[in-house]
Design a protein around this ligand. Sequence first.
Ligand code: SER
Length: 434
Amino acid sequence: MTYQEIRKKFLDFFEKQGHKIMPSSLLIPEDQSVLFTSAGMQQFKKYYLDSTSPCGNRVSSIQKCLRTVDINEVGDESHLTFFEMLGNFSFNFPEGEASYFKEEAIRFGYELIVKDFNIPLERIKISVFRGDLKNNVPEDRESLEIWKSFGISEDRIFFGDIKDNFWGPTGSNGPCGPTTEIHIDGIEIWNIVFNEYLSDVSRDGLLNGSAKLLPLRRKGVDTGMGLERLILVLQNQESVFETDLFIPIITELRGKNLYDYKSNQRSERIIADHLKASVFVISDGVMPSNIERGYILRRLIRKIMRHSEKLNLPQDFLQRSLETIINIYKEYYPELNKNKEKILNIFNEEFQKFGKALDKGTKEFEKGIIEFKSNGIIPGPYAFNIQQSMGVTFDIMEDIAKGKGMKIDIDGFKEEEKKHKEISKISQEKKFRR
Ligand code: SER
C-alpha cells in the first residue's frame, strides 16, 4: 500500500464514522507556550476545556509536527524531527452530541488496524495505564476489559506507568489523562489518550507529583498515530527511510554516486530528515536566527551543512532535494510549491554565509578536543567558545564528541552560557543608559 493510500484509508475510515476532516494547522502553534506544533491535539486544545468546537464533537486530521527533543537520535530506524500525525478526536463527553470515550475510541483503533489494515493479532501488543498513587489516578481496568472484549488476549496487554501511559499537558497546563497504546512488532504506533483531567502545571510538575489534577467535567479523546511509523509497518520495511515517503529523497542524494552509502547511512538519514523539517518550517514562516524557532531552524540547517560536506554533496543537491520533497507533499500541502523560491533562497543564504566558517569551526573542534581525550570530557567553556566564535552548534559538537567516545560537560556549558547572557545584558543596559 502506498503512502497516499494509507493516508486516504485513515481519513475515509474516520469520515465514515462521522468525523469532520480538519486541515493541519501551522507548525507555529496558536498556543504560544510551545515553540512548534508537536501533536495533533494542539489546535483543538481549547475544545477539551471551556470552548465548544464549531466543527462538532468528532474530528479527524493529519497534522504536520516537529519534535526536536530527540534530534541526536535521528539516523536510527525510526526517529524523525518532522513527522505527520494521524488523529481522531472527541470532545464534550458525555453530553455532547456524537461525542465518545473509551469504548468507541478503542473500537476504532481495533477496527482500523486489525480489520482495515489487516495486521494480524500476533504482531500486536497493547499497553494500558497502571495507575499512579502520587497523582491519585486509578489503574485503567476499563480499557483492559474493552481490549479483551475485542479478542485481545490478556498476555498481549501490559501495564505502563505515568511516564509511558499518561499524556499531557502540552505547554504550561491543560488537559491530560491515561493512555492506551497500540504497538506493532515492538514499535509504538498509536497513542490513544483519554483526557479526563486538567493539570495546573506542566508535564515535569506532573511527573514529580506537584500537580493538582482536577477531573474534567467534559471528557475527551485525543489520538495520535505517526504516519511514517505506520507506513514502515505496512510496507514491511526495516526503517522509515526505506518507505516510499523517503525513498525518492534518498535516491536523489545517491544520484551522483558521490559517497559510500553503507558507511554513511547515518549522515544520509540526517540530511533527508532535516531537509524535510527545514522545508516545512521555512514554509510556515520561520527565518533562521539566533533565538527560539529561528535557532532551531538554524541548528537543522547547520547539521545539513555538516553532513552534506561529509558526503561531498555539491550545493546544487539542495535544489534537487528540495524539489523532490515538494513533489512528495504538494498534493497535501500546496503552500510548499508557493513558497519554493523563498525556501531555496534561505537555504542558499545560510550555506553561503556560514558554510565555510562551520567547516573551519568543526575541524578546529575536532582537533582541539584531542587534548581532552584522556578523561573523555570536553570542558563546557571550551565548547561554548567554539559555538560563539565559529557557529558550530551544540548538537554538532555533541555528535562529534559521541563519535569519538567523548562527552561535553553540559553543566559547564550551561554555566558559561548563563555568564555570557549576563555579560551581554549588562553591556546592553550600559549602552542605553544616559
Ligand atoms: N497527543 C498525543 C500524542 O501526541 C496523542 O495524539 O501522542
